[in-house]
Ligand binder design. Structure first.
Ligand code: GTP
Length: 425
């Protein structure tokens, strides 16, 4: 693949003695690289509380201005979400472009969005971020990506109040427009989800930190148990390769079936605008019967990543879905794998024994309330036989004078639904 040269940037964070400081700076570096930039210099300032005006202390701002002048690096990435006036003051004080953590993540999402829905979701998040930030370079840059400027009206710095008002109205109009379009798409997705739910097939959602290996696991499972027409999921060694939820059906050799979905990767301090915008994508996780949390076992920061994932799940209201944890990429560690203790598995997505162990664990959790029963379904109710063939595990079929005799392993809910056709052997 052709490599475009990476733009050098300065990263800077406020060290208030928080335990996660180093981890969040490493994460910022990964985000910078994911946005095709490179860290020329990493700076920190020990300060217990941000300065309301310039976020950093005055001395630090002067130091940054000096580095910008000396090294010719003219982008500074700040490891936090800044207020619009902090961005403006820092830009004036350093003569560099200031990108805050939220702006950076939004840019990455904008570059990765593929489907119409993901593009609109990112556009919405960007517009909401932009609204209070008119007349900062953050708004100018994002403006180019959202294409919302209406002739670039609000990219003019230093213009008067009426211009700002006009820009605000333009953005507000764009927000309404995107919201409207998204609503239509989201409704269609919700209908699809409802249809799937009505089908009663149990569903499993892969969740976890970005780059943990969710898509790789999904592909391994689909390759073995998926329908042949299902396409492979996009896998790439980069943050947020997946922005769209993809749902696939798995059929196991015993004919039991489940739906498997992949979701957008998480990252600490995922901007609230994005969490909101992606709520419909993440709804797939909220409605699942089982979550498989995928963790990069080879990453020294895995504990913090797990905490991030759990916090994000809470934020989107997923609190009572059962979960198993997969410590993936064990092949890159000294651990022996695959191994399992209760709901925790250590494995590698690239190893077939590991996939078999994962399947066993998922099936145990998902099919635990399955019952086996004999049914006699009159020929006039043929659609019930079709339903059972689609959604349950039919062990035996015989055609008798009174109808179709079936031995079926099925969910309790389906058993209750078709109780009147149950017969004793
Ligand atoms: N060595 C090794 N590499 C793995 C394993 N699983 C995944 N990877 C690699 O890790 C990288 C990220 O994998 P993905 O499956 O795209 O990760 P993801 O969690 O879907 O990422 P997002 O789409 O960003 O959420 C890819 O380069 C994979 O090849 C594993 O078990 N072992």
């Amino acid at each position: 693949m052709e490599e475009t040269p990476r733009t050098p940037v300065i990263t800077i964070g406020l060290n208030a003695g928080q335990a996660t400081f180093n981890y969040s700076m490493t994460e910022l570096r990964n985000l910078v690289e994911a946005n095709n930039m490179t860290v020329a210099e990493e700076i920190q300032q020990s300060l217990t509380k941000p300065n309301p005006g310039t976020y950093f202390g005055t001395g630090k701002v002067e130091e940054l201005a000096q580095i910008v002048a000396d090294d010719g690096v003219d982008i500074i990435i700040v490891n936090d979400e800044l207020t619009p006036s902090q961005i403006r003051n820092l830009e004036n004080g350093t003569k560099a472009r200031i990108i805050d953590r939220t702006g950076l993540i939004l840019e990455i999402f904008a570059n990765r969005a593929q489907s119409r829905e993901a593009k609109l979701q990112v556009q919405l998040a960007m517009l909401q971020y932009q609204l209070p930030r008119l007349h900062t370079s953050a708004s100018q840059r994002l403006d180019q990506q959202t294409g919302s400027g209406g002739g670039g009206g609000f990219t003019n710095r230093g213009s008067g109040e009426s211009q700002t008002e006009m820009s605000r109205r333009t953005i507000q109009r764009s927000i309404n427009h995107v919201n409207h379009e998204l609503k239509e798409i989201t409704q269609a997705a919700a209908t699809q989800r409802q249809q799937r739910e009505r089908n009663e097939l149990p569903s499993v959602a892969l969740v976890g930190y970005t780059n943990a290996g969710k898509s790789t696991l999904m592909n391994a499972l689909v390759r073995e148990f998926g329908k042949s027409e299902d396409k492979q999921v996009f896998v790439k060694d980069m943050l947020f390769a997946t922005l769209d939820t993809s749902v696939r059906q798995l059929v196991f050799p015993d004919q039991k079936k489940m739906l498997l979905s992949d979701t957008v990767g998480f990252v600490s301090q995922l901007p609230t605008q994005l969490v909101k915008a992606f709520r419909s994508t993440l709804a797939e996780a909220a409605s699942a019967d089982l979550l498989v949390q995928v963790v990069d076992y080879a990453d020294p920061n895995r504990e913090a990543m797990m905490a991030t994932t759990e916090k994000t799940l809470e934020e989107i209201g997923v609190t009572d879905v059962p979960m198993i944890t997969v410590f993936n990429k064990a092949d890159l560690t000294e651990a022996s794998y695959p191994s399992r203790v209760g709901d925790q598995l250590i494995l590698s997505a690239k190893d077939s024994d590991s996939i078999a162990m994962l399947v066993k664990a998922m099936k145990e959790k998902v099919f635990h309330n399955y019952v086996t029963a004999n049914f006699l379904v009159p020929f006039s109710d043929g659609e019930i036989v079709s339903y059972l063939n689609e959604n349950a595990n039919v062990l035996d079929t015989n055609y008798e004078a009174e109808g179709t005799a079936l031995k079926v392993e099925l969910q309790q809910a389906d058993f209750d639904r078709f109780k009147k056709f149950v017969v004793t052997e």
